[in-house]
Design a protein around this ligand. Sequence first.
Ligand code: ADP
Length: 263
Amino acid sequence: RYYLISSFLMLFLTAAAFYLLIRLMKNQQLYAQAKLTFTSNMTHELQTPISTISVALESIKKYHLIDQPEKLENYINISVHELQRLQSMIEKVLKQEQMDLGETQLQLSLIDVQPILQQVISAMDVQVKAKNASLVFLPSDEPLFIKGDAMHISNVFYNLIDNALKYSPARAKIEVSFSIADRQLTISFKDNGPGINEIYLQQVFERFFRIFNQDNIHNVKGSGLGLHYVKQVITLHGGRVDLHSKAGKGCNFMVILPLYEEN
Ligand code: ADP
């Protein structure tokens, strides 16, 4: 009997080990696949500004634009703009790398979330108008203080509103609102875009993850790093990010942060 139990146990353990090994391999395979896609997306995205700059410079040379100040200025402006874009893409990848290595130190101070959010919203006004979208902000009457890193928190807001705009069709309606319960602040970013299929609700926060089989979405460029960054920053602040969504039903990203309490 002892022999039977121990052989059964051995069999069970071997099967469990085998199962875990296969899962690990599958995860690594998925990760390698995601990383490969990321590299090819990124290469593609880096190539666009580089070729624009090189066409601009070649045209200056070929058509002697040095003698035509107006055209020259136009080509220089285009090049400077594309260089800035390149720089910000590279910074984004480097920042993410630092964060993944645990090298990011938050610069914590007492911050009021509301003016930070308002600043991000005004900075995005041009993008909102360009898409004929409407961004409704429902302010709170009281100050909303947290212990946080203003720069990272502002990036989080930017990423979530940017996604809502990017993935929604024209005339999107985005709503940003606050609520407070049990000394926790919830900032909700709601859109009426294509939404996310329930099976991806966790995965969208993984590094490099993008949904490929959702019709209109992936003509949109991206790196699959935005939501991973959002989750990391909010977790480092002692909070969490919840996502409610269904395919075709829009998204509601909820950033939940502990409110500052005076002792
Ligand atoms: P990126 O936008 O660079 O692809 P993110 O990490 O910000 O990377 O988002 C991961 C994926 O989640 C996106 O590729 C997209 O498929 C999906 N997603 C994110 N935000 C939204 C949204 N508001 N509506 C629909 N899909 C979204």
